[in-house]
Design a protein around this ligand. Structure first.
Ligand SMILES: Cc1ncc(COP(=O)(O)O)c(C=O)c1O
Length: 424
């Protein structure tokens, strides 16, 4: 790729693509931004680096933390700046363990996440990630990382089961798993409000309400991974607001800086913070950090990004464009290759099938994903294909007209692919 222009990305053969995935769910303001470039240059000329260790800090890091606390979906006490979503989740796992050590309960250590969720690629973040193909050959996951059911209502609900009943079955299964493991050994539950890498799966109705009741019952911390949902993606600033999730910690990244700088954050509540303070006083220090954490250039760009979101009323914009987005892509349900579509805000998940009635998939030998991908590129479209699902997460600044164009290119891609498969 050579350059960007709004939501379009250009390659070295002169082709322009509408990227329906905003890169990796992250290029929220598109692919170029002179205002953010100017802020980065200014930051480099003023204070191009300083660390945030040993009681040192600097304006951009402090201001960014204050800003994040002011917009947090639930009262949060402190922010730990990091460099990526993986690092944020990694650090949050350490904080969970540190917390339970501080409580005198070091045996409360196991962490439960959901099948299909992706939480990053560092050794711990990939252990949180319930994807066997990401573990193969690495001797991972680490012990003590457990997985509970995925939440694909279309695929996994029983005949006649409502979304609420499906959610009850999932929360009952979680409770049974906690009891089986021993609640005194389970430290935290990890969830992304919408499961992005499972193919953009919104939770079924009632899911988070029921899950949170189980977690409260057994004194298990809740960490919300807002790496893809944070900063507007679901139609509110946070996915936690969309689904009434009340986490103890939040991890966020990606749209935090419109993906123009590598930066992430962990927000932690007072309960965790007090334990960190008590434990650090006992041990002498809270020994954790990275050279580039809270980097002044990245923090300045993130702060400016949040300012831009406010100025352009990104939440209002998403509120107005999301219904068109969901309707335009939802209209593809009539296509013979499409079994289901669901979405929220500017997230859409489309389920591909061979047979709408039986929900059977094409065998892998057909190479449906690769064919779709090739036709999409011919049609000037970049798709994120995950197994038998396509995850849509366009830049947040996408306009009504661009959404319609996205729908047009997508239908053309489905038509081209279907024609090719039928001729096999
Ligand atoms: C939900 C979620 N969490 C964490 C991560 C990891 O973030 P990063 O790639 O910045 O390390 C991702 C990346 O896609 C993600 O989708």
């Amino acid at each position: 790729m050579t350059h960007g222009d709004g939501i379009f990305i250009h390659d070295d053969e002169g082709r322009a693509f509408l990227d329906a995935g905003a890169g990796l769910w992250c290029a929220s303001l598109g692919y170029s931004n002179k205002r953010l470039a100017a802020v980065a240059a200014e930051a480099m000329s003023t204070l191009g680096y300083y660390q945030i260790f040993r009681h040192a800090s600097h304006g951009p890091a402090i201001d960014l933390c204050e800003k994040l606390l002011s917009i947090a979906p639930v009262p949060m006490s402190k922010v730990l700046l990091q460099c990526s979503g993986s690092e944020a989740n990694d650090s949050a796992v350490k904080l969970v363990w540190y917390y339970w050590h501080a409580q005198g309960r070091p045996e409360k250590r196991k962490i439960i996440s959901r099948a299909g969720s992706y939480h990053g690629s560092t050794c711990v973040a990939i252990s949180l990630t319930a994807k066997a193909d990401y573990h193969a050959g690495f001797g991972l996951p680490f012990d003590g990382f457990l997985y509970t059911n995925a939440l694909n209502y279309y695929r996994d609900a029983q005949p006649g089961e409502t979304e609420q009943e499906f959610s009850t079955r999932l929360s009952d299964a979680l409770e049974a798993q906690i009891l089986h493991e021993g609640p005194e050994t389970v430290a935290a539950f990890w969830a992304d409000p919408v499961q992005g890498s499972a193919g953009a799966l919104p939770p079924p109705a009632g899911y988070f309400e029921k899950i949170q009741a189980v977690l409260r019952k057994y004194d298990i911390l809740l960490v919300a991974d807002e790496v893809i949902c944070g900063f507007g993606r679901t139609g509110n600033v946070w996915g936690c607001q969309t689904y009434d999730i009340k986490p103890d910690m939040i991890t966020c990244a990606k749209a935090l800086s419109a993906a123009m700088q590598p930066i992430s954050a962990v927000l932690l509540n007072e309960r965790i913070f007090q334990a960190v303070i008590a434990q650090s006083e006992k041990l002498g220090a809270f020994v954790h950090g990275y050279t580039h954490a809270g980097h002044p250039v990245a923090a300045s760009v993130a702060l400016e990004t949040l300012k831009i979101y406010d100025e352009i009323d990104i939440i209002g914009h998403i509120g107005s464009v999301a219904p068109v987005f969901l309707e335009t892509l939802g209209a593809l349900r009539d296509h013979p290759l499409v079994g289901d579509f669901s979405g929220v805000g500017l997230i859409g998940g489309l389920e591909l099938v061979k047979d709408k009635g039986t929900r059977e998939n094409y065998p892998a030998s057909v190479g449906l994903g690769a064919r779709l991908d090739a036709h999409a590129r011919n049609n000037g479209l970049i798709l994120r294909i995950v197994g038998n699902r396509i995850a849509f997460s366009p830049p947040l600044i996408i306009t009504h007209e661009e959404v319609v164009e996205l729908g047009r290119r997508m239908r053309q891609t489905l038509d081209d692919t279907y024609r090719e498969i039928r001729a096999l």
